[in-house]
Design a protein around this ligand. Structure first.
Ligand SMILES: [Cu+2]
Length: 213
């Protein structure tokens, strides 16, 4: 562990460099200027690009998040008690607080009415934090651009048969103008979050409270 830390320290400057490069690229391509530039550096001080790649393949899957989700589990559309429609724009959801009953299955219909790629993801704050690192990797690999998703790169083999496909059942990642659906069963009570983990968006306020009681 100690040795690992030393190695990570050595890569810190290159991480900052890539974060700042990213911030510069994004601010050039985003006319709305709402991206919280600079705010993501804190989330990436603990892991370099290489170590994250390794960590992901060690875990044995390409893109975590839906595994052991304490917010619930994928649900059946036939069991949904209601449909909640949510629009996404820069950088927020049209609904900022949702309350559901424990055991309830809800169908979410998500529309991206913004000009940037946005995500709708159901999870705990810790899950979102972890997912933000994976999203950052998608940006680093050119899979995720500010206003589009490179689907060909997403399917590319990252080594050991792992890809960067974003197909977790608790999440939809949508390009501008696109819509998607999630059917989710909230198995037990708790306080969770809906969040967009595209770099910078969560910190800019693209997060909502989800109460299961
Ligand atoms: Cu977003």
């Amino acid at each position: 562990m100690r040795r690992n830390k030393t190695r990570l320290k050595q890569t810190t400057s290159s991480i900052y460099q890539s974060v700042f490069t990213l911030a510069a690229v994004l601010s050039l391509s985003i006319s709305t200027g709402v991206l919280a530039a600079g705010s993501h550096s804190s989330g990436h001080s603990s892991g370099g690009h290489d170590s994250q790649t390794k960590m992901m393949s060690d875990k044995g899957h390409g893109h975590g998040g839906g595994h052991g989700n304490s917010a619930g589990e994928p649900g059946k559309a036939s069991e949904a008690s209601r449909t909640i429609k949510i629009d996404m724009i820069e950088n927020r959801y049209s609904i900022e607080a949702i309350t559901v009953k424990a055991g309830e299955t809800v169908r979410f219909v998500i529309n991206n009415k913004g000009q940037l790629v946005h995500e709708f993801n159901i999870g705990t704050p810790a899950m979102h934090k972890g997912h933000q690192k994976e999203m950052m990797m998608m940006v680093d690999h050119g899979v995720l651009e500010a206003d589009k998703i490179n689907h060909a790169k997403m399917k590319m083999d990252m080594g050991g048969g792992k890809t960067m496909e974003h197909d977790d059942p608790n999440s939809v990642l949508l390009e501008p103008g696109k819509s998607g659906e999630i059917v989710w069963k909230f198995s037990k009570a708790g306080t969770f979050e809906i969040a967009c983990n595209v770099p910078g968006h969560y910190d800019a306020g693209m997060v909502g409270e989800l109460t299961v009681k």
